[in-house]
Ligand binder design. Structure first.
Ligand code: AMP
Ligand code: MN
Ligand code: MN
Ligand code: MN
Length: 340
């Protein structure tokens, strides 16, 4: 049975193919009951998405996916239930979008040195009313015949070490988590399995994220394999974090996963929506995303969260090596068999 909750998706406001209105209709027709629109660094799609969702009986969650630089790597932090009008979040996202424009100019200059001209204008034509992203450069390059599809164009031109790549400094992890949290939202590490951080850095990242006020990990996502679902379910449990899920749908041919095909979270996860009124509505209308047993398991797991998570005050003030030492100790003493 597939889950009816999808907490990660993109419209043409970022690099999705469908305008928000069509994305909502697509989600509804694929059986999704609760959908978060999480465009990269932009919340302009949320108003129209909400107006479309309501008459279709779909519960819309205000979301965003913020680009972050952490230890010279790019990470994505999803914000769920954010207030898009919260000024620091709004201004923070504006600054990131300005940075996107500057990066795009550098990318175009760099591509022109390899003989590919007009890519800035070309990419902007694909971006239309939305933000400018590498995906739009990819679509332009495919259209011009430089590669056969988006996947190969990324490999050939748009990743580190390739001519169209330009190193860019996004928001800090602290900024992204703080903007989301202070706007009333829930910070989530998006698709952690995609970063290829290695175990030590993954532990450091999750601990730092948690100490800053981060609340959840994406456990089931279109860009994780089933073994990764289990792996990140364990990390969530270990750090006392909630579990999120989402298709990361970008449109047909541009997605890892079609909408409406998310498997349920692994047993033992506390869903990020465990206390959401939107989920309660589903339960009451007999379209429960959680049976009684799961709900009870959630309640007892939540009660014990304080014990599994390490103390926030201490970690926030600790040096990096202290945090690392503590998390590795915790990892060593962690009894995996008792968790899932
Ligand atoms: P940007 O935020 O502008 O750097 O663009 C990142 C976006 O490009 C991601 O959100 C994905 O949608 C897309 N993307 C990244 N890597 C790949 C890839 N290897 N193949 C296809 N799309 C990709
Ligand atoms: Mn994207
Ligand atoms: Mn992402
Ligand atoms: Mn995404």
């Amino acid at each position: 049975m597939y889950s009816t909750i999808d907490l990660h998706s993109h419209s043409t406001i970022s690099d999705g193919i469908l305008p928000a209105v069509e994305l909502i209709a697509h989600a509804a027709s694929h059986g999704v009951k609760i959908l978060a629109l999480t465009d990269h660094d932009d919340t302009r799609g949320l108003g129209i998405a909400r107006a479309t969702a309501e008459p279709l009986g779909l519960q819309l969650i205000n979301g965003v996916e913020i680009s972050v630089t952490w230890k010279r790597r790019t990470l994505h932090i999803v914000g769920l239930k954010i207030d898009p009008d919260y000024a620091p979040l709004k201004h923070g996202l504006e600054a990131i979008r300005l940075g996107r424009h500057t990066r795009a100019e550098h990318m175009a200059i760099s591509l022109s040195k390899t003989g590919i001209h007009g890519s800035l204008e070309g990419a902007y034509q694909f971006a239309k009313e939305g933000i400018i992203s590498r995906t739009h450069f990819a679509r332009f390059l495919v259209e011009k015949g430089y590669a056969k599809d988006t996947k190969s164009v990324f490999k050939k031109y748009l990743v580190k070490g390739k001519p169209g790549f330009h190193e860019h400094e996004w928001a800090s992890l602290e900024q992204a988590v703080t903007w989301i949290k202070d706007s009333g939202g829930i910070p989530v590490i998006a698709h952690p399995g995609r970063y290829e951080l290695g175990r030590t850095n993954m532990l450091l990242l999750i601990e730092e994220f948690r100490a800053l006020g981060g609340k959840a990990l994406e456990v089931v996502t279109g860009s994780h394999t089933p073994p990764m679902y289990q792996e990140y379910a364990k990390y969530a449990k270990m750090f006392g974090l909630l579990a999120s899920q989402g298709s990361d749908y970008h449109g047909k041919g541009s997605s890892y996963m079609e909408m409406g095909y998310l498997p349920p979270l692994p047993v033992g996860c506390i869903p990020v929506w465990h206390d959401w009124p939107e989920a309660k509505i589903l339960i009451e209308s007999g379209q429960s995303p959680m049976d009684d047993m799961t709900l009870n398991a959630c309640a007892s797991a939540i009660a014990s969260l304080g014990n599994t998570a390490s103390s926030g005050e201490n970690s926030a003030n600790s040096s990096t090596s202290n945090i690392l030492e503590k998390t590795i100790k915790k990892l060593e003493s962690f009894n995996w068999r008792n968790t899932l």
